[in-house]
Design a binder for this molecule. Structure first.
Ligand SMILES: [Ca+2]
Length: 478
């Protein structure tokens, strides 16, 4: 970028968000010369809860993600729109909320419902970018051809490495087949053990191989600006990481959730029975491999002199319960499920931690604004670029998430949840059955959401007020 420093540019853009959206970073200070926009390195991380050093979790050793955060903006209150892989990723990649994508499960492809939507990388391709996807970007089996300039890439690696695990998986498979089960049916998939610590190289496992592939591709990028999505599978179950990463942690020193109980007065269906983990043998702990992959990628960018023109954005697709409320995995509307890591680093920006409420649907319009790519009118989020410049400014008043649940004996309900500065408010309704229940957690005194205070008489007016705010929806969240 000539004629204007990146820092000046960022400052200029932030001073008037609309101006930046119109001018984009493609123009010089004179407004004449179009230059290639920023590259984007886009790093989805599967099931990464904000348990990172840069979020104050000193137990974790995540120095490289912390370094990325130290160079960029770490959003400490970022929320996914639905706490499970495909609905969350689909929402983020289309810039639309789950009720628009109508993807609330792990089986529906968004093209079946919104066939003409321009996904985030697709919009970049339409504006001169080369977009590649590798590793897990969309949920498995739900890739989207139109999103990539060349077919997406996945590492071919076994999920496990240890001979005894491979033997166990083989035996379970044989037993299932002998019992007449179709093991290709998702319900009967053989999952094996929940964790493993093989003594192997990073590249022997899928994430290491994906990282290597990303570095190879970065070395070969052409003249067009790139949008490179490099999705990591870990720390999603099964927790498999090379032994040396496990050895960084003393099991005795690992802190356990201090609220391993259901919230007081919360409806039982609000909780998850964490069937995802129960499908494995044994019990889990957390492996830290992702940090190392992020380091290698970002280091590679620096070596190739791409870092100074590349925006890096790292996000976990949702939170994860590590025994919180007695649950494991995600699949709920609680803070521990929807609160997710989001870090963006824009060259030349002033590093900051930002505690304003942001949503994953905001990522699409933000990257558009930063890269001078026009944002489609269908987007249902708000660019958080102004927060990169001024992390303390006034911002949106609520973040919205949702999760469907069957209420026993009543029917299927979509639980809508709203995080405001102070409260988490969740509403479960089945209008045709005259069913309506609320959850209300006051984060000022109950940050772990241990007591549902929606039913207290003194909170009746507050519940009505929050309910009205929820009805007004995300469009009125600012
Ligand atoms: Ca996930």
């Amino acid at each position: 970028m000539s004629g204007i420093g990146r820092r000046e540019f960022i400052g200029m853009g932030m001073a008037g968000a609309a101006g930046l959206a119109l001018r984009g970073p493609l123009m010089s200070a004179l407004g004449q010369v179009a230059e290639p926009g920023y590259n984007v390195l886009f790093i989805p991380v599967d099931d990464l809860r904000p348990q990172l050093g840069c979020y104050g979790q000193t137990m974790m050793q995540t120095p490289q993600i912390d370094r990325l955060a130290a160079e960029g903006t770490a959003f400490t209150r970022a929320y996914c729109q639905q706490a499970v892989c495909s609905p969350s990723r689909t929402s983020l990649m289309t810039g639309c909320r789950p009720d628009t994508t109508q993807v609330w499960d792990l089986y529906t492809h968004f093209r079946d419902n919104i066939p003409d939507v321009a996904t985030l990388p697709q919009q970049f391709i339409a504006n001169g970018y080369h977009a590649e996807g590798m590793g897990k970007v969309y949920h498995g089996g739900l890739d989207d051809e139109a999103s990539w300039s060349i077919p997406s890439w996945r590492a071919k690696r076994s999920a496990f490495r240890k001979p005894e695990t491979l033997e166990l998986v083989k035996r379970l498979r044989e037993e299932a087949i002998a019992a007449g089960r179709d093991i290709k049916d998702r319900r009967y998939r053989i999952r094996g053990v929940p964790w493993e610590d093989p003594d192997c190289e990073d590249s022997d496992l899928a994430d290491g191989a994906t990282c290597d592939h990303a570095l190879e591709r970065l070395a070969e990028v052409g003249d067009d600006p790139f949008f490179l999505a490099c999705g990591f599978l870990k720390p999603h179950l099964p927790f498999v990481a090379p032994k040396r990463y496990w050895d960084l942690y003393d099991p005795e020193s690992i802190e356990l959730a201090d609220n391993p109980f259901a919230p007081q007065d919360a409806p039982s269906y609000a909780l998850s029975n964490w069937g995802e983990l129960r499908a494995y043998h044994g019990m889990p702990k957390q492996g830290p491999v992702t940090d190392e992959q992020a380091r290698t990628l970002i280091h590679g960018l620096a070596e190739m002199e791409l870092r100074e023109n590349t925006i890096v954005v790292l996000w976990g697709d949702h939170g994860w319960n590590l025994g919180d409320h007695g649950m494991w995995c995600k699949h709920t509307n609680f803070e521990s499920s929807v609160h997710s890591p989001l870090i963006i680093s824009v060259p030349g920006q002033t590093p900051a931690t930002c505690d304003k409420l942001v949503e994953f649907v905001d990522i699409y319009p933000s990257l558009c604004e930063l890269c001078g790519v026009p944002a489609p009118e269908t987007l249902e989020g708000t660019s958080f670029v102004p927060l990169i410049e001024d992390p303390t400014r006034e911002w949106k008043s609520a973040a919205f998430s949702q999760y469907p649940r069957t209420v026993r004996g009543v029917g299927r309900s979509m639980g809508y949840s709203m995080r405001t500065d102070r409260y988490r408010f969740t509403r479960w309704a089945i209008p045709e059955k005259d069913f309506l229940e609320y959850e209300l957690y006051d984060h000022e005194v109950d940050p772990k959401e241990n007591v549902n205070v929606a039913g207290l008489a003194e909170n009746a007016a507050l519940v009505a007020e929050l309910s009205a705010q929820m009805d007004a929806g995300w469009q009125h969240g600012r």
